[in-house]
Design a protein around this ligand. Structure first.
Ligand SMILES: Cc1cc2nc3c(=O)[nH]c(=O)nc-3n(C[C@H](O)[C@H](O)[C@H](O)COP(=O)(O)OP(=O)(O)OC[C@H]3O[C@@H](n4cnc5c(N)ncnc54)[C@H](O)[C@@H]3O)c2cc1C
Ligand SMILES: NC(=O)C1=CN([C@@H]2O[C@H](COP(=O)(O)OP(=O)(O)OC[C@H]3O[C@@H](n4cnc5c(N)ncnc54)[C@H](OP(=O)(O)O)[C@@H]3O)[C@@H](O)[C@H]2O)C=CC1
Ligand SMILES: Nc1ccccc1C(=O)C[C@H](N)C(=O)O
Length: 467
């Protein structure tokens, strides 16, 4: 294909007779899983990423090292046959464990007995996906190739070889933008007429820190739990690793009296943590060093539309970056892959315009709902989980769910342990919140739930909510 551009065409030559490949921008979690789905359908696929091959480096770069994987993500991994392998290297977290300032613990199960979210190592998951991908015929992985500009009209990628600085152009037929929250593919769509785009940064940043393993690689905190230190205006969380350590993340204001801007030296950091996270500090011997060495990440919600234009489709964080508080960002992106695969079954592998149009119509409302849910869970995690009334409310909701299992499925369960569209889960959750707002003023203790007055009220509220 002739390119209407002046840069030299380049990149590895296509093998003679090979099918024209589909192109995936980004070999992160979603790009590599998507490419695997496409390759399994018999497509030739080329994937490029600006970073070097992560399988060649010794250790991770120290950013969002582990992730919570839940049912939607598992289903997507099952679709490419690697769920069982990943399960072997993941740690189930059955409940939240909240740490108050005195080090007192309270627990809150995530779902029914046996249900859990799973802590997985980002690098390990990405490596596994890349290994599988590389083993497929017709797949070309190209690392260290940065998309600098996309020519939508000319169907051409302008790439830069990061190691050599060489810039070159390359044609594409169908392009999948899975290049993350700061997507260059999306950047090109944004410059088209009537493109809808918004980005909302929180006034908070995040810092990843380490809770060290106990003696002999044991876990110094409860292993099968996600730990939360809710402190009203900020919080710290920790997810377990296989080696006995935990990855802790501090979500903290950028500015103000209690903020990153106010903690300027090691003494200030150590004193602050000793005051507010007293039980964690003895387990964090590298706290001050890590605090000043590890980067502070920003937290952004990106909404945009359309996701599909001129043989391009956005997926994963490129289409819908959300704040991490529900532990769903990767799961949404993985569900994108399952949905796209289903649409290819329905429309056929040659009908890309129909598939891409159906994809964005189906996914956009659900991605928007998940973005709202993630912000909702921010308030829950930093503040509400520390409130005994909130924990009482959650216990009451569990009782309602046990008594009326078909009429009351908890919001967390719908989001995390189901495949219900996120928009439906969110709408049901809002109806339940309204019911609980009516009920809770009549409930001061767990036992109050059984009183005839409360039961009568519950029946009325359930009927009114159409639950
Ligand atoms: C602190 C934190 C905690 C999180 N925890 C969870 C969790 O527990 N559970 C969960 O489900 N989700 C979680 N997430 C969200 C999750 O990390 C993302 O949703 C997920 O990584 C999105 O995958 P992706 O492939 O779309 O993007 P990415 O993983 O960012 O991959 C994008 C890829 O594109 C490449 N790229 C970028 N720009 C270019 C370019 N110009 N040219 C070529 N290549 C490019 C990048 O190098 C990268 O490899 C968390 C996020 C954060 C920040
Ligand atoms: N929704 C959210 O709040 C966030 C989501 N994420 C997601 O988490 C995943 C992994 O994150 P990680 O590997 O740490 O990725 P990074 O945060 O390291 O982002 C990758 C690259 O994006 C660029 N970048 C980072 N922050 C910004 C910013 N605020 N504005 C513009 N560009 C920026 C940087 O490029 P350069 O070095 O060229 O400046 C960075 O190297 C990704 O999926 C990302 O999509 C990451 C952070 C926040
Ligand atoms: N993975 C995360 C990363 C950052 C912040 C929260 C999470 C969670 O998973 C929270 C969990 N879903 C919860 O509701 O307790």
């Amino acid at each position: 294909m002739a390119l209407p551009i002046s840069l030299p065409a380049g990149g590895p030559a296509e093998p003679a007779g090979a099918a024209v490949p589909l192109t995936v921008a980004g070999a992160g979690l979603v790009g590599s899983l998507l490419a695997l789905y496409l390759a399994r359908r018999g497509h030739a696929v080329q994937v490029f990423d600006r970073r070097p091959d992560l399988r060649l480096r010794q250790r991770s770069e120290g950013r969002s090292i582990n992730l919570a994987l839940s049912d939607r993500g598992w289903r997507a991994l099952e679709g490419v046959g690697i769920a069982d392998d990943i399960r072997q290297v993941s740690i189930p977290m059955h409940r939240r464990v909240m740490h108050d300032r005195q080090g007192q613990l309270t627990g809150q199960p995530y779902g029914a007995p046996g249900q859990a979210i799973y802590s997985v190592n980002r690098d390990q998951l990405n490596r596994t996906l890349l290994d599988l991908l590389e083993a497929r015929p017709g797949v070309q992985l190209r690392f260290g190739q940065q998309l600098q500009r996309l020519d939508l009209a000319g169907r051409a990628l302008h790439l830069r070889d990061v190691a050599t600085g060489r810039e070159y152009a390359e044609p594409y037929t169908e392009l999948f933008g899975a290049d993350g929250a700061f997507s260059a593919v999306r950047g090109a769509l944004q410059r088209t007429d009537r493109y809808n785009y918004s980005q909302d940064y929180l006034e908070y940043g995040y810092k990843e820190l380490t809770i060290e393993a106990g003696p002999g690689g044991t876990w110094a905190l409860e292993k099968n739990a996600l730990h939360i230190w809710p402190r009203g205006q900020y919080l710290m969380i920790a997810l377990p690793n296989f080696d006995g350590s935990f990855n802790a993340t501090l979500f903290f204001p950028y500015e103000g009296p209690t903020s990153f801007a106010a903690l300027l030296d090691a003494a200030a950091v150590t004193a602050f943590f000793a005051d507010v996270f007293a039980d964690a500090v003895p387990l964090m011997p590298r706290l001050a060093e890590e605090f000043f060495t590890n980067p502070t990440g920003s937290l952004v919600t990106v909404r945009c539309y359309p996701w599909h234009m001129a043989d391009v489709l956005l997926l994963g964080d490129a289409a819908h970056a959300i704040v991490p508080f529900y532990g769903q960002g990767m799961n949404v992106g993985f569900e994108d892959c399952t949905v796209l695969d289903g649409l290819l079954d329905a429309h056929g592998d040659a009908n890309w315009p129909a598939v891409m149009a159906a994809f964005e119509q189906q996914r956009k409302p659900n991605a928007d709902a998940m973005a709202d849910l993630a912000l909702y869970n921010f308030v829950e995690m930093r503040d509400r989980v520390g409130d005994p009334r909130f924990l009482l409310q959650k216990r009451i909701e569990n009782k309602i769910a046990t008594l009326h299992p078909t009429r009351w499925v908890p919001l967390y369960t719908r989001v995390t342990f189901s495949h219900l569209p996120y928009a439906e889960a969110w709408a049901a959750g809002q109806r339940q919140d309204a019911v609980m707002a009516q009920l809770m003023p009549h409930i001061q203790t767990d036992a109050d739930f059984d009183s005839p007055a409360v039961q009568a009220r519950l029946a009325e509220e359930l009927a009114a909510a159409g639950a």
